[in-house]
Every structure is written in structure tokens, then in C-alpha cells.
Design a protein around this ligand. Structure first.
Ligand SMILES: Nc1ncnc2c1ncn2[C@@H]1O[C@H](COP(=O)(O)OP(=O)(O)OP(=O)(O)O)[C@@H](O)[C@H]1O
Ligand SMILES: [Mg+2]
Length: 226
């Protein structure tokens, strides 16, 4: 299958300077992601999985190398354009949902559209439809503190895909959920991948969930192996 390349990492290097010591975390990562890809990333704790996702998603800058979306080396963009690019083109799902506590589920999921300048009524209509699709039609007005962990992650998934970005990065999205709820969340990721053709890269410590993905990546010694 020759789906279009949506994101390419070339020679990614990331090191941290910590108390006079240099920590080499990414040591030359090359990775090509295609439209509709479904990738798991596994690797030991501390190997650099979150670092890789943060750099791919442009939340963090590499020490060397580049990330290319649609032919554009994104780290060359000025900061405001980079932020706008990130809001429209990359979705994030974190282990701890990172929803805004004072906003309702429908407002949280609508946030990327509101930031992109879509009018409020339209953004909330879209958010409600998507939340209904992820099984939360009965919890639209709940705040994160009034939702279960699995429900919070469903809102986070809706928020991540609401702009229909080409790429969603998920960092241990089921890390603090029970087994049954984890499976439901992974099923939902598969469904969103199928329906919207959004590519997902999912970091997980759960081998059976990793096996559900079409591409399986392993991080070791600062590199990514397929
Ligand atoms: N800002 C920082 N300064 C110094 N070292 C850091 C910094 N951020 C991360 N590290 C180190 O980089 C390494 C990689 O961290 P990272 O969070 O990417 O690991 P991970 O593979 O996601 O681990 P886990 O499975 O536990 O989430 C760790 O050893 C961590 O201590
Ligand atoms: Mg991590």
C-alpha cells in the first residue's frame, strides 16, 4: 500500500544537559508516517518514548534533525505559526487526560476548533456529535471531575480528532485505566482511525494492545526499530 507520507522524522537527535551531564535520549531516529497509519511504540521506561512523541508533535525541539509535515520542516516556522500548525494538524492524547477542569466535556472537546477560530455554535455542534459517537452523549455538560477515567479519555480522544488532523499522538492513553476500559479505549482509537483515516501513534506498556496495531515500533538505545 502506498499511502501518502504525512510526517517524516529525519535524523532526530535529542539530548538533555542535566547538572553538567549530557543525556543522549534520541540518537538518530528516522521514521516515516503515512496517512491512516496505526502504530504502537513500546520500549523500556526512560528509553525516550514520550520524548519522541513530544518532538514529533512539535511540543519539544530536537537537538538535531528535522520533522517534516507536507514538505515543510516545521521547526523552521516562527513560533506563532508553529502553534497554529500544531493546533490544526496534530492531536494529542496523554496518560492523564489534560482536560481543562472548569470546562464541560463539550467545551473541552471543542477547544481546538475554538482556538482555530471556528464560531462557538458550530464548534459545539461538532463536539456534541463527536462525543455522542464516542458514547458520551449523556455526559456533554459534565466537567472532567464529574467523569470517570475512561470517560475523561473519551473526551480527550474527541478533542484530539475534532479538527480531523492527519496525525494523533497518544502517550500511554490507557496507562491508568483498568483492563476492560483500556480495551474499550483502544477499540475507540481503531474506530476513529478507520472512520476518519487519522494516523495514530500510540505508546503503550500493554503488549496485547500493542499487538492490535498494524505497525509496531520498538525503541531501544535511542533508536526506533520496526
Ligand atoms: N527535561 C529533562 N531534563 C533531563 N532529562 C530528562 C528530561 N526529560 C526527560 N529526561 C530523561 O530522558 C529520558 C527519557 O524520558 P521519556 O519521558 O521520554 O521516557 P519514556 O520512554 O517515555 O519512559 P516511560 O515509559 O517511563 O514514560 C529519561 O531517562 C528522563 O529521565
Ligand atoms: Mg513516557
Amino acid at each position: 500500500m502506498s499511502e501518502a507520507v504525512i510526517c517524516e522524522a529525519v535524523g532526530l537527535v535529542k539530548h538533555y544537559d542535566h547538572q553538567g551531564k549530557r543525556l543522549d535520549i534520541l540518537r538518530g531516529v528516522d521514521l516515516r508516517l503515512h496517512r491512516g497509519d496505526l502504530c504502537s511504540v513500546v520500549g523500556q521506561s526512560g528509553v525516550g518514548k514520550s520524548t519522541l512523541l513530544n518532538v514529533l508533535g512539535t511540543l519539544d525541539r530536537p537537538s538535531a534533525g528535522s520533522v517534516v509535515f507536507d514538505g515543510q520542516r516545521v521547526f523552521e516556522l516562527p513560533e506563532p505559526e508553529l502553534a497554529s500548525f500544531r493546533n490544526r494538524r496534530v492531536g494529542f492524547i496523554f496518560q492523564f487526560h489534560h482536560l481543562l477542569p472548569e470546562l464541560t466535556a463539550e467545551e473541552n472537546a471543542a477547544m481546538p476548533l475554538l482556538i482555530a477560530g471556528v464560531r462557538r455554535g458550530q464548534a459545539l455542534d461538532r463536539s456534541r456529535a463527536l462525543l455522542t459517537e464516542v458514547g458520551l452523549g449523556h455526559r456533554l455538560k459534565h466537567r472532567p471531575g464529574e467523569l470517570s477515567g475512561g470517560e475523561q479519555q473519551r473526551v480527550a480522544i474527541a478533542r484530539a480528532v475534532i479538527t480531523e488532523p492527519p496525525l494523533v499522538l497518544a502517550d500511554e492513553p490507557t496507562g491508568n485505566l483498568d483492563v476492560a476500559t483500556s480495551e474499550e479505549i483502544h477499540e475507540l482509537i481503531l474506530k476513529m482511525n478507520e472512520r476518519l483515516h487519522v494516523a495514530f501513534v500510540v505508546v503503550t506498556h500493554n503488549p496485547s494492545l500493542a499487538q492490535m496495531m498494524r505497525r509496531r515500533l520498538v525503541m531501544r538505545d535511542g533508536k526506533v526499530y520496526e
